[in-house]
Write a protein that binds this ligand. Sequence first.
Ligand code: GLV
Ligand code: MN
Ligand code: MN
Length: 397
Amino acid sequence: MALAKFGALPKGGVNRQALSNEEIQARAEIVHWGRSIGLEASSDVAANLFLRYKGVDSNLAPILIGSHIDTQPTGGKFDGAFGVLAALETVEAIISSGMRPLRSIEVVAWMNEEGSRFAPGMMGSGIYSGARKLEDILRIRDKAEVSVETELKKVLSAEPLLPQRPLAQKPAGFIEAHIEQGPILQDERKTIGIVSGIQGKRTFRVQVDGEENHAGTSPRRARRDALVSAVSIISALQEAIWDREDIVRFTVGMLTVSPNAPSVVPARVIFSTDLRHPDAERLRVLGDQIVPICKQAALNCDVTVTELLHDPPLEFPQALRRHLRSIATALEIPHMEISSGAGHDARYLHYVCPTAMIFIPCKDGISHNEAESAAPDDVAAGTRVLAEAAFSIANTE
Ligand code: GLV
Ligand code: MN
Ligand code: MN
C-alpha cells in the first residue's frame, strides 16, 4: 500500500510506468527500506535495482528473488510490486531470525517489465540475461518520442549515491513471486500456484500509411484512409486467428491515429498486436500469418509490419518445482501446478540459471486493471513459500 502511493490513480490503481518520475520516487523508497535493514543497494546500466544481503561466502553466486515495480498505465497495486516486496520481506525475516545464509540473497526490481511505455517489455531482465543488447533498447522511444537512453540517464543520475554494478554476474537461481493474473487459483481454492512454465508470445507493430485529405470534400476515389485500412486489417486478423478451443490469445491493445483530427482523413495508424499460445509450432504458424494478412487486407494504403518479439513457450525445471511443492506441503498451504498465461522476467532468467515462480490468487483473476487486488493472507502465504525456498537454495553449495 505504501509503494502504491507512487503513481496512485483515483480508482485505487497505479500508473508507474517504466523510467518515469513516479518510478524514480518508488525506487528511492525501496532503496531506503533496504538500507534501513542493512542491505547494500546497487544498480546496473539497465537500471535494474538490487538490494544485497551478504551471505557467509560472498564469493559464491547469489540467489536472486524479486520482480518489477513498473506498472501498466491503468495498473494495479500487486502486479510486480508483490514479488519485489515479498522478496524484501523474505530477507527481512531471515535477518531478524539472526541467520545468515551461505550465499548472498539479492532482492531485484527489473527495469521495464510491462513494456507499455517502451515496447517490448522485460527489458532489464533481457539485458541482464544477455537475451537482448543494450544498444538495441537505448533507441526505443515512447509515444512522446522520448528514448530509453534519455530516460535511463535520468533515472541513473537521480541516484548518484547508488553504486553501479557490472552486468555479467551469473546467479545461482532466481525465484519470482507474482499474482496469478487469472482466475484458476481462486476457482480451484488453492493459495499457491507452482508455475510449470510460460506460454509463448509474439508481438508486432503495424504501421498503415494513407494520406491526409478533407473529410467533407474528398470522394471515395480520392481517399486513402489509414483508419479504414487498419480496421479492415484488424478484423481480418481477428477472423484468421480465432480458434474454437479459445487457447489463442490475440490482442490489439494500442492504436494511434494521425493527425487524429475529426475532419481530416487519417493519414497514419500505428497499432500493436500481442499474440500468445502455449504451443511453439502453433505460435509460429499463427504469427507467420500476420504479415500476409496485413498486406492482403490493407485496401489502398501501404502497410509496414515489424516483429518486435518472438519468445517461445518454456517450462521451468522440475527439480525446483518439486522443491516448491515440498515447501508448500510442509507449510500446509493448498497448492497446485499452474501454467502462466502472462509474461514475466523469469522467462529470461530461466535461460541463465535455475528459475521458478510462485503464484498467489488475485481477486476474480483481474489484473492490468486498477481493481486488481490480493488478500493479505494469500500475500503472506506466497511470501512464506518464497522465504523458505530462497533460504534453502541460498544454503546449497
Ligand atoms: C506482462 O505484463 C504481460 O503482458 O504478460
Ligand atoms: Mn508482472
Ligand atoms: Mn503486467
